[in-house]
Design a protein around this ligand. Structure first.
Ligand code: SF4
Length: 487
């Protein structure tokens, strides 16, 4: 047993009494509470018990206890790696449960902090556990609450019905790192054209070159392209001519999605280009339809401009319209979400993606977040619940989900779709089911083989231009190795 004072950098400085090998999992559990002042001076005691871990938390607010147990110890369906991780997971879950009780915080996702809870569910089912067994595992080993377990099951069953292409297919992501202005909550590669417009031309020249290089490479190697996602930034902040050139350089694909995130960048000419180039899905993303919030979060477009953009997208007949929303925006409440939903559903979108606000370090408002008039946790939960009810009522079902660090109310982002309009790219990207080659600034390439490795393009357009040759070489080398192993 080892007693440990946390380093001074951790301001809440609890005392941990735990077997040496479990100290790291306690520290990882403390991360979930991001220096919550209520944890100041507490003592955390860990005891190993048969099939599990017991935790006691003692502090000024009293004493709390929690247990986490392994329900299928020694089951032959687990792999060695699963078993090796188990003590770490159980300790983390028991500490998180005791601390959420101590701080009176409802953590729907238990000890999970990763981006891909649905991937964990898939992994458990692929080991051979039934739905009922998977429920037990998620509850006891990870502390996930029942409503989220049901959500994972729904998403898993939906994805099972969507066929994936063979091993020799990949998908492509293209990053356009420019926007008209920068939204206060944004952490993406998104440079306002008003200040960074001079970077656009050299950037596009480099992107064209990368597109040509890979189109030739994929052709030579016989690699098929399942889906292409053009995101950013805001791709439609390019001119119609520039968009036309980018899309013309794409290899043939089964699915093409283009983000036209900011309604103030959309016009008929650009939408015609998207249509002509075979775009299946266009994302027009107001985040909220309350004028006062749009101004507050730096969107610099109006509700009216959003309606005009959707009308144009419908007029040019791009088959699928996706609309992104954010729950938990400053000064919003359930009434604001009701208003947004009512207006959006009247447009009969095929896809709606509901995000929960996340405090991202790279955003402009991260440091001031404490002083922003954000809705309470309960209010944000109500908004998210309302979206689930209203969207399901009109036949939009959840088909993928992911999480981010420091999400409001410890919730998640969920993509909803009408039957048959699900975005294939979103599924394979979140579930890491297929290699995605990223091109352009901020684009990440993920090579999915026996292990998953990554090459990340720099966010800064100028650095991307400088490092282009090296990045192309690195990605081709990795692809060569990957497909050599498959063949
Ligand atoms: S439109 Fe999207 S990418 Fe651009 S600044 Fe706003 S949140 Fe970021």
């Amino acid at each position: 047993m080892r007693k440990k004072e946390m380093p001074k950098t951790v301001s809440i400085a609890p005392t941990i009494e735990a077997p040496e090998e479990l100290i790291q999992s306690v520290e990882s559990a403390l991360d979930v509470f991001s220096n919550n002042p209520l944890l100041k001076g507490i003592k955390i005691k860990i005891t190993k018990i048969p099939q599990g871990i017991k935790v006691q938390v003692i502090g000024q607010s009293g004493k709390k206890e929690a247990l986490a147990t392994d329900v299928f110890v020694g089951d032959r369906r687990w792999l060695k790696g699963d078993i090796d991780r188990r003590q770490f997971e159980l300790t983390k879950t028991a500490v998180v449960e005791a601390l959420s009780d101590y701080t009176n915080q409802n953590l729907f996702w238990g000890s999970l902090v990763g981006v891909r809870p649905s991937k964990l569910y898939r992994l458990i089912r692929e080991r051979g556990f039934t739905q009922q067994e998977a429920e037990l595992i998620l509850r006891s080993v990870y502390g996930i609450k029942d409503e989220k377990i049901r959500l994972l099951e729904t998403v898993y069953n939906k994805q099972k019905g969507i066929s994936l292409l063979d091993d020799k297919s990949i998908s492509i992501y293209i990053g356009i790192p420019f926007c008209p202005t920068r939204c206060t909550y944004c952490s993406f590669a998104a440079y306002p054209l008003s200040t960074h417009g001079h970077l656009k031309q050299p950037y596009l020249e480099a992107l064209y070159r990368e597109l040509v290089e890979f189109r030739e490479y994929f052709g030579e190697k016989g690699i098929e392209i399942s889906s292409v996602y053009v995101g950013g930034g805001t791709p439609t902040s390019l001119t119609a001519e520039e968009l036309n050139k980018v899309l013309s350089l794409l290899p043939k694909t089964n699915e093409l999605t283009v983000e036209a995130g900011r309604p103030d960048t959309i016009d008929r000419e650009k939408l015609h280009v998207l249509k002509e180039k075979g775009t299946d899905r266009v994302c027009v993303n107001p985040q909220t339809l309350n004028e006062k919030t749009l101004q507050l979060i730096g969107r610099a477009h109006t509700v009216e401009e959003f309606f005009q953009a959707v009308e144009l997208a419908r007029e040019v007949k791009i088959p699928i319209l996706n609309i992104d929303l954010i729950a938990g925006l400053p000064k919003e409440n359930i009434g604001d979400m009701e208003n947004t939903l009512e207006k959006i559903l009247a447009l009969e979108p095929e896809n709606v993606t509901v995000h929960t606000l996340a405090a991202k370090r790279a955003s402009t408002w991260y440091k001031e977040l404490q002083s922003w008039p954000l809705p309470t946790t309960i209010e944000t939960e109500k908004m998210v619940n309302l979206t689930a009810v209203k969207l399901r009522e009109v036949g939009l079902a959840p088909y993928y989900l992911y999480r981010q660090r420091q999400m409001a109310a410890n919730l998640e982002n969920i993509g909803y779709a009408k039957e048959g309009s699900e975005c294939y790219y979103n599924i394979i990207m979140i579930e890491e089911l297929q290699t995605v080659v990223g091109m352009g600034a901020g684009a990440s390439t993920r090579f999915v083989g026996e292990v998953i490795s990554r090459v990340v393009n720099p966010k800064c357009p100028a650095t991307y231009v400088k490092r282009l040759e090296e990045l192309i070489r690195l990605k081709k080398e990795n692809l060569d190795n990957l497909f050599l192993r498959i063949n």
